[in-house]
Design a protein around this ligand. Structure first.
Ligand code: ADE
Length: 244
């Protein structure tokens, strides 16, 4: 899998070489290039923004550097990439989105700053390649860089061979296979710590009871914290354990 990442802050992406994502890169499972958007400016101040037509606060990213940057990566692409533009006005980025992205060969990430990128950039890009405008959540970041770090991590760990034990991908929160419930609480040694004991069932060695307890805990948590995830699900299977 290959990423082109275009940003005015290329240094944001140095940490990608740490931990699991960096290991995957060294193993040849993923690679990327980070491009400084200012490479495609031609004025003395390397300007990438301007005032918004129609007025209002803040600045808008100019289309010309973006057009040239995307021309550059497209000209060098070995296959048709998908353009991913992080923006708080995008579709939600979910675990299912991460799985979709993990099936792609080549993603170009375009990191906007300020009040966003001139809308013609995405309009024009969409005539040349698939485009996804995605939001990490209902809050506003200063730019797309942190969102790209999060998406890259979510996607790379799904690539075959990246996570040591592929089973750990199944049971965790939001996994498609694991019913999409939040994850149950986990414990390790010691069995008693600061007066708090690990639930007996986990020490019982009874795998069936453990599995049942974990599912109940996952359901309770999901009811408490993310009732939206349970909307429309059959009550006989997804009611709160105490209500069954
Ligand atoms: N850029 C600014 N805020 C963002 C968000 N919530 N998600 C994705 N990209 C963003």
């Amino acid at each position: 899998m290959y990423f082109d990442i275009v940003s005015i802050f290329p240094d944001y992406f140095a940490p990608l070489d740490l931990s699991l994502v960096g290991k995957a890169r060294r193993a040849g499972l993923v690679d990327w290039e980070v491009h400084d958007l200012r490479t495609w400016t031609h004025d003395r101040h390397r300007t990438v923004d301007d005032t918004p037509y129609g007025g209002g606060a803040g600045m808008v990213m100019k289309p010309e550097p973006w057009g040239a940057a995307l021309d550059h990566v497209l000209d060098r692409a070995l296959s048709l990439p998908t353009l991913v533009v992080p923006t708080p006005s995008g579709e939600p980025f979910r675990q299912a989105t991460a799985h979709e992205f993990a099936d792609l060969k080549h993603i170009v990430f375009a990191c906007g700053r300020y009040e966003g990128i001139d809308a013609r950039v995405v309009e024009h890009a969409a005539t040349r390649m698939p485009v996804r405008e995605v939001s990490l959540g209902d809050y506003v970041l200063n730019g797309g860089e942190v969102a790209v770090l999060a998406m890259v991590e979510a996607v790379v760990r799904l690539l075959p061979g990246v996570v040591g034990n592929p089973h750990s991908l199944v049971e965790e929160s939001h996994s498609v296979e694991g019913e999409g419930l939040l994850e149950y609480p986990v414990y390790t040694k010691p069995p008693s710590w600061r007066g708090l004991d690990v639930p007996d069932v986990l020490l019982s060695g009874n795998h069936q009871r453990v599995a049942q307890w974990r599912r109940e805990q996952a359901l309770e948590r999901t009811h408490d914290r993310r009732p939206d995830l349970l909307e429309g699900r059959p009550a006989d299977i997804y009611a709160r354990p105490a209500e069954r």
